[in-house]
Design a protein around this ligand. Sequence first.
Ligand SMILES: Cc1ncc(COP(=O)(O)O)c(C=O)c1O
Length: 396
Amino acid sequence: MEFSTKTIHFNQPSDPTTGAVVSPIYQTTTYQQEGPGENMGFDYSRTNNPTRKRLEGVLAELEGATHCAVFGSGLAAEHAILQAYLKPGTEIIVPQDVYGGTFRMLHKVFEPIGCTVTDVDFADLEAVNRAVTRQTQLVWLESPTNPRLLVYDIKAIAKIAHAHGALVVVDNTFATPYFQQPLDLGADLALHSVTKYLAGHSDLIQGAVIARDAAVFEPVGFLQNALGGVPSAFDCWLTLRGLKTLELRMERHAVNAQRIAEALEAHPRVKRVYFPGLSSHPGHAMAKAQMTGFGGMVSFELDGTPEEASAFVSNRKYFALGESLGGVRALVCLPCKMTHAAIPAKTRHALGLSDTLIRLSPGIEGTKDLIGDLIGGLDALGARTAPGEEALASSI
Ligand SMILES: Cc1ncc(COP(=O)(O)O)c(C=O)c1O
């Protein structure tokens, strides 16, 4: 089955009792039993639910896997993995620019109970090799990263991790299984903030953990029920609905992102554009090698002041200023004050996350409208005032 056929047909037969071509929402807490402990495979909806099970089957298939557990958020999914594998006295290795919420969970929840969190520049494979020790349980990465869209060599990193007996988790939220298959590249677990492209319409919060190996998946599957962070049947149904257009949406997101990145790169008020589809991007060759498309996200550094960056993101016609990404409607954010505010300013700046870095999540709107909105906003800023002239201008 091809990708788009899977998103529509896999695990989603017409309803045998009514012929409904769309799977019903099993909005139920519990299931009538024929005798004590005798049921039809479902006993309580935290433990299992037919709508959720359907979604888990589709997500596993899209990642070329067999096991999936969905959660009430991407962070709940991350929590289940960390709770399963990161014990006091053990270590996790993460790239320096991991998603802010992951950074917060590691440093504020797992470090205080005795876990070691080591951050490394994942572009430097020697450094990754030096960092992994016998205590390392997990090597965790995003690729492309949030928000600079750096691309890491998943295959090489998995090889290093496995040589030391560590498991590899790839947060595949930005690429989606449509553009990247981390389990094929050697990862043990694929993680998603389903909230983003998979659900795709900015109308729910959800996460997923996917694996091929039953033994690797088992502790995470156990914690889905034991910790209880499950999504509602309705949200699972919404994701099933969103997935049906994943291929079409990703194709459009990617075209919009590529054209926007090219237009921004040519603008004098743009210092630097981060998009793996640009040949100027350091991860361009690696993205070409391990992805089938460059994704839909674009970040750029404004050549201007933090105040100008704030004003720019607050005044767009089509790009709504908001957290999140991956929806059909365009979004813009200022990571330093929003998604990455949990990272101390000093650390943020050391990572190259400047106060004028702007992250765009182009939706599936018309390309010209989106470009017009951005370029119009940049043009309106006028020519850059040289730093020395700012004081002069304000004193006039
Ligand atoms: C790359 C990445 N991973 C994980 C998460 C967390 O997902 P959620 O917001 O669904 O909890 C996010 C949220 O922005 C994210 O961008």
